[in-house]
Design a protein around this ligand. Sequence first.
Ligand code: GSH
Length: 206
Amino acid sequence: MQKLYGAPGWGSAISEIMFTLADEAYQLVDVTGFDKPGPARERLLAVNPLAQVPTLVRADGSVMTETAAIALMLLDENPHLAPSAGTPQRQQFYRLLIWLVANVYPTLTYGDYPARWVNTAPEELESSTDRYRESLYLWLESQAGEGPYWFGEQVSLLDAYFPVIMCWRPRKAWFEQHTPKLVQIAENVRGLPVLERVVDANQLKT
Ligand SMILES: N[C@@H](CCC(=O)N[C@@H](CS)C(=O)NCC(=O)O)C(=O)O
């Protein structure tokens, strides 16, 4: 069976939601603590030189990373998990999927570990990336529709991001104040009965 390297509540939770929506089995390899030196990091480094989660090792031994790439891979076999090809909504699906990983995720790459990237004033890098991320989420909120999911009644793989990012900085109180539509989508996704196990295992009920 394919193995998903991850840690509860981390980016691997996004992939867990995607796999569960797609009804595709995986075995979780818990590498909690992988962002510090130690056996968990060594285990992850053996399959991904970036030492990031999610990292997926497919049944044939090939390695797959990147939440957006995993989403597109799953979409091949599960076309119902995105708006139909050729529609304006499908174009937005592609756009926002890549937008999230190209813009929001790097703020975490640099902001979560500022001392990795600068020798002086790492706290400035942390706070500037935090502020930038907030501005990104405000824009995303301005693009959101009325729900219940991002593409209305249709649950898509894009929805997998919302319950997880709500648990990260700028955290729940900020999201509730500034991005109520994103909060509502996250809540609706969390409430899908099929996701109950994954939501609990990743402690996504903030
Ligand atoms: N672009 C990647 C980003 C993955 C990523 O940065 N994951 C975080 C955890 S949420 C991580 O592994 N951080 C540790 C690090 O960057 O050293 C994706 O979309 O999967």
